[in-house]
Write a protein that binds this ligand. Structure first.
Ligand code: PLP
Length: 421
């Protein structure tokens, strides 16, 4: 089954005349509908919130759309906290899940009343010092279950991951914070990335719920929210299946009824901090074929590069690629579709069966709406592309312009370079 793209070849041609390729295109209507489905699935919990992982698509227009659908923001740096503020996401609707955090960032999150999710037991004292001797009223801790949970290929084994506190440390951390007068507690974990097995998330929730019960029994600490992290995958390959969020929600609800309700911990809020499943499938990188080259393999060179979309080069990630106007043409050619970086891993598709491509063809790289433009970089003097939003009414709005040479030079101290010897 071929993947969806919201524009006909004629509509795309018209758009490209106004906004030259390469660019990212996002579909507001699909993002909203998908978020409503997500929210509906989890409405079987007394209090649910998705804190959108800002790193996946750090653009205030997108954040405002998601905020209007009830989302909060999950941040890991000062600029992300500031972007969330700017988008009207404030206070407890911002989760600060960071690691190796500088004091100044804790200060900003503290002053703005954001929920701080600590990555280590030693960060309690660090945070207290940063905030002038007083801990916030609400604190969350990130749990690393180590050998109790298998990771997956992208994130690796929890035992080898730098994140979070061990099980023993968690008990000490909550006890310490309770003694320090912290009033509200959350518990977080994130142990998978791009996982498509829905049962995996039910198991993760069970792990956290068991801990909530144990924390109550051993320390009298009542956890008020669990944050299940991100990690819900999307079907990048045409033969993969979307995670059924209704199934995941019902599965987690059954564990909730078995563990949380009898322990009298109900109501317990359930949060996610997903990025990928929220915007990933509703963003596309549009690029033009510039060159064809016939050496030991057949190559198509395009005007985007790994500097615009790093995932294929970095993790060998698969992204579906279609040729606008040739959706039903036979895939009777085998190509490597490549960008212009002086790195041979700069390939959007490797030995991929595609219809015949000629210079000037518009290529659509699918599922680029999360961890796409955001992971871009400037190596080789590549200027990252811009972003266009297709509004619900079908109109288009540029929400980030393409970088210019001036942007590239902006951080250089050029005063005096002419005289420099
Ligand atoms: C990356 C990340 C997320 C979002 O992950 P997705 O795979 O985009 O859903 C959420 N929380 C933390 C702590 C992360 O590092």
């Amino acid at each position: 089954m071929s993947k969806d793209f919201p524009l006909t070849p004629e509509q795309l041609q018209t758009l490209v005349k106004k906004f030259p390729t390469p660019f990212y295109l996002y579909d507001e209507k699909e993002i909203r509908e998908n978020m409503r489905y997500f929210t509906r699935a989890f409405s079987i919990f007394p209090d649910f919130r998705e804190y959108f992982a800002v790193k996946a698509l750090p653009n205030p227009y997108i954040l405002k759309i998601l905020a209007s659908e009830g989302c909060g923001a999950d941040c890991s740096s000062l600029p992300e906290l500031m972007l969330s503020s700017l988008s009207g996401i404030t206070g407890k609707h911002v989760m600060f899940t960071s690691n190796e955090t500088p004091a100044s960032e804790f200060v900003y999150a503290g002053e703005h009343g954001n929920i701080i999710n600590l990555d280590d037991i030693t960060h309690i004292a660090f945070l207290k010092k940063a905030l002038g001797g007083k801990l916030p009223e609400t604190l969350c801790f990130r749990y690393n279950p180590g050998p109790l949970k298998e990771g997956n290929a992208i994130i690796g084994k929890p035992e080898e991951a730098k994140y979070g506190l061990t099980r023993e440390q968690l008990f000490d951390a909550y006890a310490e914070c309770k003694a320090e007068g912290v009033k509200h507690f959350g518990l977080h974990t994130m142990v998978a990335s791009n996982e498509l097995n829905p049962d995996y998330f039910v198991e993760t929730a069970e792990l956290l719920f068991q801990l909530c019960v144990e924390l109550q029994e051993r320390l009298g600490v009542r956890i008020e929210f669990v944050d299940l992290g991100g990690g819900i995958g999307i079907p990048y390959k045409p033969d993969q299946k979307k995670v059924d969020l209704d199934y995941v929600a019902r599965g987690i609800r059954a564990v909730y009824d078995r563990l949380i309700v009898p322990a009298e911990l109900d109501p317990l809020s359930v949060y996610w901090e997903c990025g990928r499943p929220v915007t990933g499938p509703y963003g596309w990188l549009v690029t033009t074929a510039l060159h064809e080259k016939h050496i030991y393999r057949e190559y198509i060179g395009v005007d985007a590069s790994m500097a615009d979309l790093m995932r294929p080069g970095m993790y060998g990630a698969y992204h579906e690629l279609t040729v606008s106007g040739k959706e039903s043409a036979p895939a009777d050619h085998v190509y490597d579709v490549v960008g212009s970086l002086c790195e041979n891993c700069d390939k959007f598709a490797v030995q991929r069966k595609l219809p015949e491509i000629v210079p000037g063809d518009l290529l659509v790289i699918h599922d680029a709406g999360a961890h796409g433009r955001a992971m871009g970089f400037n190596y080789n003097g590549k200027l990252r592309c811009g972003e266009i939003l297709m509004r619900t009414d079908g109109s288009f709005r540029q929400i980030r312009r393409k970088e210019t040479v001036d942007d590239y030079f902006a951080t250089l101290d050029l005063d005096g370079v002419a005289e420099f010897e």
